[in-house]
Design a protein around this ligand. Sequence first.
Ligand code: HPA
Ligand code: ZN
Length: 325
Amino acid sequence: TQEKKKLAGMPKVELHLHLEGTLEPEMLLNLAENNSVSLPYRNVDAIRAAYRFADLQSFLNLYYLATQCLRKEQDFYSLTLAYLRHCRDENIAYTEMFFDPQTHLEHGVPLTVVMAGISAAQKEAEREWGVLSGLILCFERDRPAEGTIALLEEAERIGGIIGVGLDSAERDHPPGKFQETFAVARALGLHRVAHAGEEGPPEYITDALDTLFVERIDHGVRAIESPELLRRLREEQIPLTVCPFSNVSLGGFGSLQQHNVGRLLDAGLKVTINSDDPAYFGGYLTENIIATWEALGLSFEQAVQVQVNAIEGSFAEEQKKRDML
Ligand code: HPA
Ligand code: ZN
């Protein structure tokens, strides 16, 4: 239809995207071979067959297994450039991308290597295609907070991050543990976001706002359980980076038709739609937007509003935001 074409063609912004979650099976097999990492999968079909997840943890097990194949600067460059090429093809003008340095460090890959590869791809995508991007360093909440301040300071010395985030297994891992680390990030003038209310309770959303001083909530769909929190999120217009395909893949909702993003929009929240880990969850940003719009019967105006929310909720410079609106 005409409206569908318009949605596909309009300039878009993505705010919740894990670079490691863009690792497609073909690239994964190539990297495994080049870096002599043995995987329990022989071919693309076997990998795709493993993409049936019961919950967040079952996904993370595969996601972290695959990250073992990312070793060299070139690997991070190829991964990032392939995603940014998708952005070009989908008219995503600006994207804020997460990465998980602690995992790579554990595999013996230094932060300098990871960040050099990502940064080279970001520069190339901007120069060649005009695709702009920002980089957000995520701490894994199921690891100790110990060492995260040093890691943050090293990233600042290298340069190139616009903010910090919090991801990985949410259940039984409240945000408060990272209070000091996020305070340092704030003092350094970095932006702050956190995954909260994906599998964890609404209280984790409140805690992320009150103890980490986050400016956006990643996912946040369980806010629906607390009328008081819904009121706060609406009044303060805190952006939620909702990821419909991800939530359905990980069992948060039985189907796209049952997703609550329409209700969150109707409640006046500043909702955005994003792809999270598109290689694993069945589609990139445009597909998330169009399929959600169709499944929930959202209006065209609501679909456009979601993109306005993403521009306004982004950490792009004010002038750049005005250009995009
Ligand atoms: N949630 C938590 N951690 C993650 C995710 C997610 O959706 N994707 C990659 N790491
Ligand atoms: Zn995520």
